[in-house]
Design a protein around this ligand. Structure first.
Ligand code: PRP
Length: 182
């Protein structure tokens, strides 16, 4: 991993901590101490969820789900399938899906529709980042940490080709790394 691969830091560690704190305050206020299942959408949300759950004050059950797009190529085809499912039965439970980023919206829209069939008491979404300009599918997310422009962001769990997830900050990738123009 080369430090020169990062064009600039979009959110520093301190800024991320503030965003997470604000999200947790809102979530704590909304659920009023009721138990929730936190459904971490793997893998990018690992770091975010690790920080977020430590700020939540209600009882939680931690669970994991992983989605993958149908079809080939890097461009999302608009349909998702569950690669790794939740372990909890969510019927009549409150589910909070935790995502690192909403891009096209296809992953969360697909997951939410499938999970709603299991008759949970509620399904809400908490995403650290959102790129509204990239949306293909409308998705209602109750908690968004920050809206960002259409730049390739990595770090704090987010990857490019499985790299950079371990950066402690969120940075914008140099276009030359992924073959884009300057
Ligand atoms: C990323 C991200 C979201 C999804 C967002 O996951 O973590 O799950 O893409 O894109 P969308 O809104 O266009 O559907 P990815 O499939 O890259 O897997 P990862 O979390 O393991 O990196």
């Amino acid at each position: 991993m080369n430090k020169d691969d990062i064009k600039y830091v979009l959110f520093s560690e301190g800024e991320i901590a503030q965003i997470v704190e604000r999200l947790a305050e809102r979530i704590n206020a909304d659920y009023g101490g009721e138990e929730i299942i936190v459904g971490v959408v793997l893998k990018g949300s690992l770091t975010f969820s690790a920080d977020l759950i430590r700020k939540l004050d209600m009882p939680i059950r931690l669970d994991f789900i992983q989605a993958s797009s149908y079809g080939s190529g890097s461009k999302s085809s608009g349909k998702v399938k569950i690669k790794k499912d939740l372990e909890n039965d969510i019927k009549d439970k409150h589910l909070l899906l935790v995502e690192d980023i909403i891009d096209s919206g296809n992953t969360l829209a697909g997951l939410k529709a499938m999970l709603k069939d299991r008759e949970p008491a509620s399904v809400k979404i908490c995403a650290l980042l959102s790129k509204p300009s990239r949306r293909e599918t409308e998705i209602e997310a109750e908690y968004i940490g920050a809206e960002i422009p259409d730049e390739f962001v990595v770090g704090y769990g987010l990857d490019y080709d499985e790299k950079y997830r371990n950066l402690p900050y969120i940075g914008v990738l140099q276009p030359r790394v992924y073959g884009g123009g300057e």
